[in-house]
Design a protein around this ligand. Structure first.
Ligand code: C2O
Length: 531
């Protein structure tokens, strides 16, 4: 096994997109940030030095961090932020997983520009469970704001007037042909007819779930969230923010160029969440092609975009996610069996509550209140020092170990209900014993409106054993759980107006953040607030 020594300077760099130039926060001047390739079993040492005026941390999303919780990176959870001029050294071994993950900043909204692929290849002499592709392409989906992203949030917090949606979706940092001023720079992937390629697709977008596909080509899903899946053929895939999916693509079409594209899946029905309407594109280019359309310099479409379901098609997306199955021979994540018996049975509502509008703000919620994302009606408040340090050094009054196992108030979760509950603010922590089996059912609620929440767990994957629409039924729904070959993931997309059930065994001591990976629901933005 190799030890990789990386020296990362967090620094400003000028980047131009959509004819707007801005100084953004980058790693070593690169946007998107560097791609990290390692092998299972390798050790990674990253010296992160902060040369910008914002506090920064870097998180290794989906990397298990077995016995290295202090290297995980979420600000105020496992470490204090790195202040200007200071450094932090992450040292961790990549064990028991292989596949596509990513890294991103984990404080405020800095991950909008600070992100990159983190790819774990199988050990040297170990093959993929599918025929070896010709090569692989990291495909990192993101969002671009013409404005400074920290200004976007600061303005939202100050005025309580919501936030500005991004100006573009991006593939590897480029909006693509359909956006203004972008045609010449569209990302191109060269393929040879008859060969097979591994596309490593990462949703690093800040706020949106995305469809992804390639015109004229089918995709075969072979891995999700760094766990192999049974091969699944599909014309498109869906990724929530935080999810990664590997697909095989065989260049089996006639010569020429084909669009790959990503566009928004947004199941909030009545539009409290506006989104970028234009798809981001890249080009799949058959090399030695005699019939190059080569039209991407004048903005003419190369041809058809891949076909996706409607932007709000909850059924189609549910069907896609439920079709993913783990490779049974691999016994899933870190060879952990699917828990058949549950020690801790938790029921978490995910959705919106209300809290009083801060003085001087104008909040958009009902009765002029601030809308607040919450789990079991508790909205997380960031502590002033990290929870891991507080635990390790036994500092009292930083958090309360009393996170509720079920909602504080019971109601008809998916009934017609337009009012909100007042949220409970607090730094409340759920304490689990080592090596116990846990089930969590996440239930989206109708308080204010439905929305699909991608819930992400740090420190280990969970198995997604079931999901459905409507209110979860604790006596009948478990009868149809998949306890045989459920997908192992680090992020589950809880259906809009529905529920998802996950199971895992607590195999990794530490303090682990669990949160919605839509940053609006995570990082203190008025009128939205922490989940
Ligand atoms: Cu992708 Cu808490 O992180």
């Amino acid at each position: 096994a190799t030890t990789y020594q990386l020296d990362w300077k967090i620094q400003y760099t000028d980047v131009t997109r959509l004819c707007h130039t801005k100084s953004l926060v980058s790693v070593n001047g690169q946007f998107p940030g560097p791609t990290v390739y390692v092998r299972e079993g390798d050790t990674v040492v990253v010296n992160v030095t902060n040369l910008v005026s914002y506090n920064v941390t870097i998180h290794w999303h989906g990397v298990r961090q077995l016995m290295s919780a202090w290297a995980d990176g979420p600000a105020y959870i496992t470490q204090c932020p790195i202040q200007t001029g200071n450094s932090y050294v992450h040292r961790f071994q990549v064990t028991g997983q292989r596949g596509t993950l990513f890294w991103h900043a984990h404080i405020s909204w800095l991950r909008a520009t600070l992100y990159g692929a983190f790819i774990i290849q199988p050990k040297q002499s170990v093959n993929y469970p599918f025929s070896t592709p010709t090569t692989d392409f990291p495909i990192v989906l993101g969002e671009w704001w013409n404005a400074n992203v920290e200004d976007v949030i600061a303005a939202a917090l100050a005025s309580g007037a919501g936030y500005n949606i991004s100006d573009a979706l991006t593939i590897n940092g480029q909006p693509g042909d359909l956006y203004t001023c972008s045609q010449g720079a569209t990302t191109t992937f060269n393929v040879t007819q008859g060969k097979t390629y591994l596309l490593r697709v990462i949703n690093a977008a800040v706020n949106f779930q995305l469809y992804f596909g390639v015109a004229g080509h089918n995709l075969t899903v072979v891995e999700a969230d760094a766990e192999y899946t049974k091969p699944y053929n599909t014309p498109y895939i869906v990724l929530a923010p935080g999810q990664t999916t590997n697909v095989l693509l065989t260049a089996n079409q006639t010569m020429g160029q084909y669009y790959m594209a990503a566009s928004v899946f947004s199941p909030a029905p009545t539009g409290p969440v506006p989104f970028p309407q234009t798809a981001t594109t890249a080009i799949l280019n058959y090399v030695n092609s005699t019939s190059n359309a080569s039209s991407n310099t004048n903005g003419t479409a190369l041809g058809a975009l891949p076909t996706f379901p409607a932007y709000n098609d909850v059924q189609a997306v549910g069907t896609f996610f439920q079709a993913l199955r783990s490779q049974s021979y691999s016994k899933g994540y870190y060879y952990m069996d699917v828990p058949q018996v549950v020690d801790e049975d938790l029921f978490f509502t995910v959705g919106y509550s209300l809290q009083p509008c801060p003085a001087g703000s104008q909040c958009q919620g009902p009765l002029g209140q601030r809308i607040s994302a919450s789990i079991n009606n508790v909205s997380f408040v960031e502590p002033s020092i990290s929870l891991l340090q507080a635990y390790y050094n036994q500092i009292n009054n930083v958090y309360q170990a009393d996170f509720p196992n079920e909602p504080l108030i019971e109601f008809d979760y998916t009934g017609t209900y337009a009012g909100g509950f007042q949220t409970v603010l607090g730094t409340r922590v759920k304490v689990l014993e080592f090596n116990e089996t846990v089930q969590i059912v996440f239930q989206d609620t109708s308080l204010l409106f439905f929305e699909s929440h991608p819930i992400h767990l740090h420190g280990q994957n969970f198995y997604v054993v079931g999901s459905g629409l409507g209110s979860y039924n604790a006596s009948s729904d478990p009868l149809s759980f998949n306890l045989n070959d459920p997908p192992s993931r680090n992020t589950v997309s809880v259906p809009s107006g529905g529920w998802a059930a996950v199971r895992f065994r607590t195999t990794n001591p530490g303090v682990w953040y669990m949160h919605c990976h839509i940053d609006l629901h995570n990082h203190g933005v008025c009128p939205w607030r922490s989940l």
